[in-house]
Structures are given as C-alpha cells and as structure tokens.
Design a protein around this ligand. Sequence first.
Ligand code: SAM
Length: 330
Amino acid sequence: MKLIDPFGRNITYLRFSVTDHCNYRCHYCRDENHTVKTSRQQVLTYEEIVKIMRIFAELGIIKVRLTGGEPLLRKGIVKIIRLISGIDGISDIPLSTNAHLLAKFAQKIQQNGVNRVNISIDSILPERFEKITRGGDLSKVIEGIDAAKQAGIKPIKLNVVVMREVNDDEIEALTDFAIGRKIDVRFIETMPIGTAGIDALDQHYSAAQIFKRLDAHLPNRLIASKSEQSAGPAKNYSIKNSGSSVGIISAVSNHFCSSCNRIRLTAKGRLILCLGQANSVSLRDAMRSGMSDDELKSTIIKAITNKPEKHEFSSNVDNIKAAQMVEIGG
Ligand code: SAM
C-alpha cells in the first residue's frame, strides 16, 4: 500500500519527535521562556509507538527519523529504536540530535538500529556556541561527534543554521571542521516557525549567499550531487579530494515542496502534514479511543488528503506563530 497525497507525492518519510524536552534553548528554535508542560501520560507509550509505526510501515513509510526536543533525553530511547527497527518495512532510522549526550549513547543506538545521525552545531567557538544554544557545552558536542564516528555511524551530518552577524563568519571554519573529520555538513536557512523562528528571520542568510562563500572557499572542488532527489531538500555537493560533502537547505528562498515526501508525528501523537501549515490530527486520541488498525489506516489516509501543496512561510505567518520548532522536531 502507498500513501499518495492529492498532488501525487508518495509519502515514505516520517519524522517522529520522541520528546518535547530539550536541554538546549537555541534562540531561533524556542522562545526564551518556553517551558514544556507535557506530562508522561500525554506522550505515546511504547505500545502505541509500535502500533502506529507498524501501521505507517504498512502504508509505505520506509524511513523514520527520530527527532525532538532532544531525542536522547527520552527515557527508553534505545528501546524505542530497537522496537522501531524491528518493524517490517522500516529500513532507515536516522537520528537528529544536539549531541550533548551522544558520547554516552553512540554505540548503543548504533547497535540497535540507528544507521546515521544529523548533529546540530551552529558554531565551533565555545562562547558563541553557548550563547546561541543558551547554555550549551561545545566540548560535549565535539565529544559526541567523535564518539559517533568511533561507533561506526555513517554518514554523520552536521546541521548548521546560518544567521547573519551571528555565525555567518564561520561557514568556512565549519566546513573545514567537517572535512577534518571526513564527515558532512549542511547549511540551513532560518525558517519562520514560531515566534523564535520568525524573529530569527531578521538574521536570514540566503542559500545563494552561502553557496557563494563555499565556492570561493573551495574553488573547483564542489561537485553537484546527482542524487539530490533522494537526499531530500538539500542541494548537495561532494568536496573533491576529501571524504566530505556539503549541502545547502533553502526552505525559504527556494522551497522544495513539490518533492516533499515527509510527514511529522509529535511526541503526543499529533500527525502534522506540513511544517509550514497548521493542519494536524491526533493519532494518539484515535488510538486511545479504541480504533481498529483499519480505522487508524483510514484516518491517516484521510489526513494525507489534507497535505497542502506548499508551505506558506512567507504569506501566512500568523498560522505558524503559535508553533514551537522544539515540539515539532524540525
Ligand atoms: N535536538 C535535536 C537537534 O538539535 O537536532 C532535534 C530537534 S531540532 C528542533 C531539529 C533541527 O531543527 C535542528 O537542526 C535545528 O537547528 C533546526 N531548527 C530549529 N529551529 C529552526 C529554525 N527556525 N530554522 C531552521 N532550522 C531550525
């Protein structure tokens, strides 16, 4: 069975935010005073996770990215990974993390089914890093990156949100940092999700500007990747004579909605059809109301008919003001 939306897009990728909690407070991601009030009863249980993932797999989902909040803060994260990796049809389980706890978890998550990780790191200057994350510890993150490498997780991708006059002067240094470790790096435009993200638009630094800087830093060394489609919304380049690649994600200046194959599930079991739209449906409530598997499948299929053609970052800002990226999972 396949999940095809009204615009012919085949949905095969689910981003699952396993917790609303995060140990960092990146200023473009959550408001300074944002607190998480989610209780244990509100989040999906192991049984509910297995049930809904099995149903998603039967509907054609093959990739489940674990995100958050900070996924490594979720109690039982290794068990969750093991349970999901045991589901027939799910063949790809990447994890997005700030890597603060990765040194402790790298080996365990690798052994239980996480084949690759994306690590958020917006600066390699300790003080600046602490400022952007409102308290983060760069040395822990670097320890986490090195532990992931040691554990054989591959690829490891660094995710850098580029902000004018905040960290745009580090594009070259972060690229060299990745090359030095033979890992990949992706530079991301700020997205206007929630008031934190909308405020960050003041520091917007465009994909075109990022490319110009990279091209000047690595003359004749950027080879455009042919498999862009499968790689998602990034424009990817392998870097000649290195074991690394660099990508640029331009969700705002050049959106990639026509090839969007993803949906999102929050820790509380809310299915979100588009990052830049308010449409959602509670699969947790559907499960807790005693729906059968077939009814749950119908609920998901119906929800997919509401997946919008494209996000409305620029024209419908009010719609997404109330959202918090930290709860949606990026
Ligand atoms: N804690 C994990 C992490 O740090 O990767 C997972 C959750 S985090 C919300 C996922 C991704 O969303 C991170 O790479 C983060 O930089 C990105 N993100 C959050 N707010 C954003 C915004 N306003 N614009 C662009 N990217 C954003």
